[in-house]
Design a protein around this ligand. Structure first.
Ligand SMILES: [Mg+2]
Length: 337
């Protein structure tokens, strides 16, 4: 099995601001595995929040080989052999996992949806994210998001109520709120009460990830459901957070790929937790891979490719807010003409 890789700079249509900081562009690493003349594609979208970056990934990729990975014709065997080579970098594990799922599907002429028993006709609706911004920009973004019936709004700034009031001046659409760890318990209580009267579906990661005790107290108080993002990296986190949160936000780049994400879905279901699929700023490679699992979950927030202006791939599309999965073997992603 031959490995190729390249970095790619995704430019954002608008500066994207959340409680932690802002971005104008994001560097991702595209990974390709080739076997018997067939190539599978994967993607790492490293996040500074988890101490990963594209340069470190590329330096590491320079130093490893995959000659022995495909000695058996088994996807699980390939994954078991390849993922430990990522040196613990979850976004790189994800790149390997996606490229191997894609390659395996293409070699066997089967869609990755089949592998997970995921019915493409049941893909869910995705929300469209509005970052933290000033009044005029927020209004502009809401108008741009006209075709999305469902918005996700980034809060955790010092003018959260103003952001929501601005939004409510221009739209009465259902919104999801993501505080990105921006509140403490008292502010969380005040905001959850206030938001509950403003057509909000749920609140994501209200408090810092290291404050699970207060999150459990907020859950008892809050009329809105709480969804864990920064508190839920992989399946190992689920048992310890199931008392503090009503649901989890699974992101491929946090957990290490489709195989681990599928395990998280099963564990969350056993605990009657709600499940959302989220993303980073990513190309259509990783967004399509996540969308493949969307028929198995409750909520999707898979708009990272739409926020970018130069996605080089074609894959999942959005029609009237609904995810529409591509046909074809593997992930079903192709390079744009
Ligand atoms: Mg989040």
């Amino acid at each position: 099995m031959i490995l190729h890789y390249s970095t790619y700079r995704l430019e954002l249509k608008h500066r994207f601001t959340i409680a932690r900081g802002y971005e104008d562009a994001v560097d991702v690493v595209l990974v390709y595995f080739t076997k018997d003349g067939v190539t599978g594609v994967g993607e790492a979208a490293p996040s500074g929040r988890y101490n990963e970056d594209a340069l470190t990934i590329v330096k590491h990729l320079n130093s490893i080989s995959f000659n022995e990975v495909s000695s058996k014709d088994s996807l699980d065997y390939w994954l078991d052999a390849a993922l430990p080579k990522a040196n613990g970098m979850r976004s790189l594990e994800t790149a390997f996992d996606l490229a191997l799922h894609d390659l395996y599907g293409k070699l066997n002429n089967t869609a990755t949806t089949n592998h997970f028993d995921s019915d493409p006709q049941k893909a869910c609706m995705t929300s469209f994210t509005i970052g933290i911004d000033d009044r005029e920009k927020i209004k502009e973004k809401v108008l741009e998001a006209e075709e999305y019936p469902l918005l996700k709004v980034k809060l955790g700034s010092d003018h959260d109520k103003e952001i929501i009031n601005t939004l409510r001046d221009v739209t009465d659409k259902l919104i999801r709120v993501d505080a990105n760890e921006g509140w403490d318990l008292e502010e969380g209580k005040r905001m959850c009460d206030w938001l509950a009267e403003r057509n909000v579906e749920f609140v994501e990661q209200p408090l810092p990830a290291d404050n699970l005790d207060d999150t459990a107290k907020l859950r008892e108080h809050s009329p809105l459901e709480l969804v864990a993002d920064e508190n839920c990296i992989d399946s190992e986190d689920i048992p310890s957070i199931s008392d503090a949160f009503d649901g989890i936000n699974i992101k491929l780049m946090k957990c290490g790929g489709l195989r681990e994400a599928f395990k998280m879905i099963q564990m969350a279901r056993e605990r009657q937790m709600k499940i959302m699929l989220g993303c980073m700023i990513e190309t259509s490679v990783a967004i399509t891979a996540a969308a493949i699992l969307s028929p198995l979950v409750d909520y999707a927030d898979l708009d990272g490719n739409i926020l970018a202006s130069n996605d080089p791939f074609d894959g999942v599309k959005v029609k009237d807010g609904m995810l529409v999965l591509p046909e074809g073997p593997g992930l079903g992603v192709t390079l744009k003409e």
